[in-house]
Design a protein around this ligand. Structure first.
Ligand code: BES
Ligand code: MN
Ligand code: ZN
Length: 498
């Protein structure tokens, strides 16, 4: 679970033991206080840098065991590159890089948070802490033994040495809930599907009540009453009953319209009767990454007492083949009244979202809706795993999301929508069909969801490429990425708080 408790702040002072981490820029310059701590060891660093060809380039490190003149057992110099090219996001990555260089066996490490230009400010220090704690995450709760040579996950204590400890702790107080939200999202994505089925996911969403979040769980009977034929059709082949969890955080002005986040929570996607091939099917335990993100986000918002009214709603189902499963050719009626012909039971995510989006839109009248879904393989073909696909009916909301993506490194790329695509999902028998053929597969899926969003400003994020199994990064080594929690937390901070 959360590694954030092993992280603390302390004053800039020579450590009495353990690993010492310091920063040098690409001219091998240290900050004043770092230099003072290193003392005569600074000359040794200069010599070692020469033989090791360490130039302080960003992301490179110089590792010195038992450095003379220091009480530390090991000195690690981390390069920060050119001073004037640093951006705020670099602090998060720096934290990840540092955490990654500290040997897993170390029980104690001190990181002097000072660049050549001086000590990091409190905000930057909190960003380093965020990156370090995310990097320290490992999902190993089902490993009962370790193979030889396999590293234990980092268990040591890391002290970030800062100029103003109180200010850093205060800034971290607002970041730590975000880190915990990402960790919660990763845990949910990594959990196996026999453990995390819809009712269990709903129960875990319910755990947010301890943070002051109001959580309502809808069961099948209630959904039937509401007429949610699209969502219920997906879940009808599973022995695990479907659920919807609605999480509400009211930290904003009383009565102010909420911002709403909606997640696809297909706890396992076999494809249903249109069954998927066996190879890689185990990855479909992560088909609830959208719902995981929404849950992690609500944790973050409540944990840092965000001044916003926010709703997180997740549609939880399991898509299974079975005697009772839905068939290609079936026609279902969604809560909105619109009818849908099922062409392919594997295009199930949009069916789930159709009913949750309509329910939230009509019941809570949100000022905007953002949905997240591991919706289409086609978005991976288009964008790879570096960007999520953004589909948006509102230019301002789109600009805000693009900016939040650049700020957090959880990047989105805008894709087109338009009435020309509608004919691809016209049905011979119903108001629409649930697939639009091979061309523009992510667009027709988004166009389908748009029919349930109506005029409310809405964004759809297709996170099939970013939600899991992404190439590991400086701040994530786990399969589940927790993608989107930091993005949407930033969206809220910058545009909807206060
Ligand atoms: N959950 C899948 C999409 C997916 C694939 C997510 C791989 C992550 C990794 C989704 O439900 C799906 O099966 N989509 C189909 C839609 C098609 C049947 C129109 C797809 O993309 O092939
Ligand atoms: Mn599917
Ligand atoms: Zn799916």
């Amino acid at each position: 679970m959360a590694d954030t408790r092993r992280l603390g702040f302390g004053p800039i002072a020579p450590p009495s033991g353990g690993v010492l981490v310091v920063f040098a820029d690409d001219s091998l310059r240290f900050g004043m206080r770092t230099r003072a701590i290193l003392g005569s060891a600074a000359d040794m660093v200069a010599k070692a840098a020469k033989t090791e060809r360490f130039t302080g380039k960003s992301g490179t490190t110089l590792d010195i065991v038992a450095p003379g003149g220091l009480k530390a057992t090991r000195l690690i110099v981390v390069g920060t590159g050119k001073a004037d090219e640093r951006r705020p996001l670099d602090d998060v990555k720096l934290g990840g890089a540092v955490q990654g260089r500290i040997p897993a066996a170390a029980s104690e490490a001190t990181v002097i948070l000072e660049l050549a230009s001086g000590p990091l400010k409190a905000e930057a220090a909190a960003d380093v802490a965020l990156g370090a704690s995310l990097r320290a995450y490992a999902f190993d709760r089902y490993k009962t033994k370790r193979k030889e040579g396999e590293e234990a996950s980092a268990k040591g204590r890391v002290t970030l040495a800062v100029a103003d400890v109180a200010a850093a702790r205060k800034a971290w107080g607002l970041r730590q809930p975000v880190a915990d939200g990402v960790v919660l999202a990763r845990d949910l994505v990594n959990e196996p599907p026999n453990v995390l089925y819809p009712a269990e996911f709903a129960r875990r969403a319910g755990a947010l009540r301890k943070l002051g979040v109001a959580v309502d769980i809808l069961d099948v009977k209630q959904m039937r009453k509401l007429g949610m034929g699209a969502l219920l059709g997906v879940g009808q082949g599973s022995t695990h009953e479907s659920r919807i969890a609605v999480m509400r955080w009211n930290g904003g002005k009383k009565g102010a319209a909420p911002v709403a986040f909606i997640g696809k929570g297909v706890c396992f996607d076999t494809g249903g009767i249109s069954i998927k091939p066996a190879a890689g099917m185990e990855d479909m335990k992560g088909d609830m990454a959208g719902a995981a993100c929404v849950t992690g986000l609500m944790h973050a918002l409540a944990g840092r007492k965000a001044k916003v009214n926010a709703i997180g709603a997740i549609g939880l189902v399991e898509n299974m083949p079975d005697g009772n499963a839905q068939r290609p050719g079936d026609i279902v009626t969604s809560m909105s009244g619109q009818t849908i012909e099922i062409i392919n039971t594997d295009a199930e995510g949009r069916l789930v979202l159709a009913d949750v989006v309509h329910y939230i839109n009509t019941k809570y009248k949100p000022k905007l809706m953002v949905d997240l879904a591991t919706l289409t393989g086609a978005i991976m073909v288009a964008l790879g795993q570096e960007h999520a696909g953004l589909f948006c009916n509102d230019d301002k909301l789109s600009a805000h999301l693009l900016q939040a993506g650049l700020d957090t490194g959880e990047k989105v790329w805008r894709m087109p929508l338009g009435p020309e695509y509608d004919k691809l999902i016209d049905s011979k028998f119903a108001d629409m069909k649930n697939t639009g053929g091979r061309f523009g597969g992510s667009i027709t899926a988004a166009q389908f969801i748009g029919r349930f969003v109506g005029k409310t400003p809405g964004a759809h994020l297709d996170i099939a490429g970013t939600g899991f199994a992404s190439a590991s990064s400086e701040i994530n080594k786990s399969w589940g990425s927790g993608w989107g929690v930091r993005l949407l937390d930033r969206l809220v901070t910058e545009n909807y708080e206060g």
